[in-house]
Ligand binder design. Structure first.
Ligand SMILES: O=C(O)C(=O)C[C@]1(C(=O)O)C=C[C@@H](O)C=C1
Length: 373
């Protein structure tokens, strides 16, 4: 039997299953349209990252077979994205131009059923959502090699927007040029964060290259595409978008390099139905006196609330005062977290709740925890 004949009955089975999937998808879409009508009549938000996280947990719990968690999760993210677009196609601002890791993070978080708005600067992402020209924004907040993204941290201090979701993606940097080789290349463009994530590699292999900061990796790739004497450090999507070739792949100093992004919106989220699945982000300051920080944080200990992140940023008043960025486990509507926050608030000089949101599922990265077979 030739291969086509052997494949014929198997492909017939696939066609039959696909027909069932399509029918089910259309049935799902009809129900989502009804959800949209209910939301429309009450002005409730269409995008519900808390509900989407719950759907992903449920379908993976129900999956018994050869499908991997990453496979199930990416398929259902796109199903929800396409369904969500039937209710309302969200406009999402991100740090552009196209080809940045921010764009990739946006697509991972929202799926393809959105209109992306590429912004020149992190500040512009905040402004777009504040002004209503975007429904949501996504900004990088910290990198596992280089730490906090300071501009996002500072913008969070000034905005009235809420953090409604987070996502974390693996960051794989490549050295890109127009020719794919480094002959005659004199400078390398990249975002300062990315230059920092590749500093040891650059020192070892190309110490003489001038390192030029760019507004984003996408912008770095755009600049390198215009000049054969320039390279860029950026991801594969940027290489593809600007027609660059990879001179060296994976040049980041840590192979496990990841960046965490937060999604900004105007409405809050509901607590997850499963325990331990939410976090809350806060910015506090404390009086300038001995033991003030210890006193301020004590209510978290008293109420048994875990802190998962603690960062400081200058208050920019020229007086060595700081804002502290604190992430805690739990949703601010959880009774335990609510009483901890009541006490915490009263022990701080200033207190800002940035929002509660579902903890990112690291499965959205490139690694895959396998099947349930
Ligand atoms: O459950 C909802 O609120 C929906 O609108 C449906 C749905 C989905 O496709 O499952 C779509 C958009 C929301 O972000 C969450 C879930």
């Amino acid at each position: 039997m030739n291969i086509d004949e052997e494949l014929k009955p198997l492909r017939a089975q696939i066609d039959e299953i696909d027909a069932q999937i399509v029918e089910l998808l259309n049935r799902r879409a009809e129900v989502v349209k009804k959800v949209g009508a209910v939301k429309g009549s009450t002005n409730a938000p269409v995008y519900r990252p808390d509900r989407e996280a719950e759907v992903l947990r449920k379908v993976w719990a129900q999956s018994k077979g050869a499908m991997t968690e990453k496979g199930i999760s990416s398929i259902f993210k796109e199903i929800m994205s396409a369904c969500r677009a039937l209710e309302h196609k969200a406009r999402v601002a991100y740090l552009g131009p196209q080809g940045t890791f921010s764009e990739l993070a946006m697509l991972r978080q929202f799926g393809a059923g959105v209109d992306g708005i590429a912004c020149e600067r992190i500040d512009d992402v905040f402004h777009a959502v504040e002004a209503g020209s975007a429904d949501y924004g996504i900004v990088p907040i910290e990198n596992s090699t280089e730490g906090a993204v300071n501009r996002s941290m500072d913008c969070l201090q000034l905005t009235n927007l809420t953090i409604i979701a987070e996502t974390s993606i693996p960051i794989n940097h490549n050295l890109l040029t127009t020719s794919g080789c480094m002959d005659g290349v004199k400078r390398v463009y990249s975002h300062p964060q990315s230059l920092g994530q590749c500093v040891s590699w650059l020192n070892r292999h190309y110490p003489q290259l001038e390192r030029v900061p760019a507004a984003s990796n996408g912008e770095a790739a755009r600049l390198a595409s215009l000049d054969p004497e320039s390279a860029a450090i950026a991801g594969e999507a940027a290489a593809e978008h600007y027609g660059l070739k990879i001179a060296y792949p994976s040049i980041q100093d840590q192979s496990t390099n990841r960046t965490r992004f937060v999604v900004l919106g105007k409405e809050g989220t509901s607590p997850s139905k499963a325990p331990g699945k939410d976090k809350t982000s806060l910015i506090i300051s404390v009086p300038h006196k001995a033991g003030a920080l210890f006193q301020a944080l004590k209510p978290l200990y008293d109420h048994g609330v875990s802190m998962t992140r603690f960062e400081s940023r200058p208050a920019k008043r020229g007086s060595w005062e700081y804002f502290f960025y604190v992430d805690i486990e739990g949703h601010c509507d959880d009774p335990k977290v609510r009483s901890a926050l009541d006490d915490f608030r009263s022990s701080c000089a200033s207190f800002k709740n940035l929002g509660s949101y579902p903890i990112a599922n690291e499965e959205s990265g490139s690694e895959d925890k396998g099947t349930k077979l």
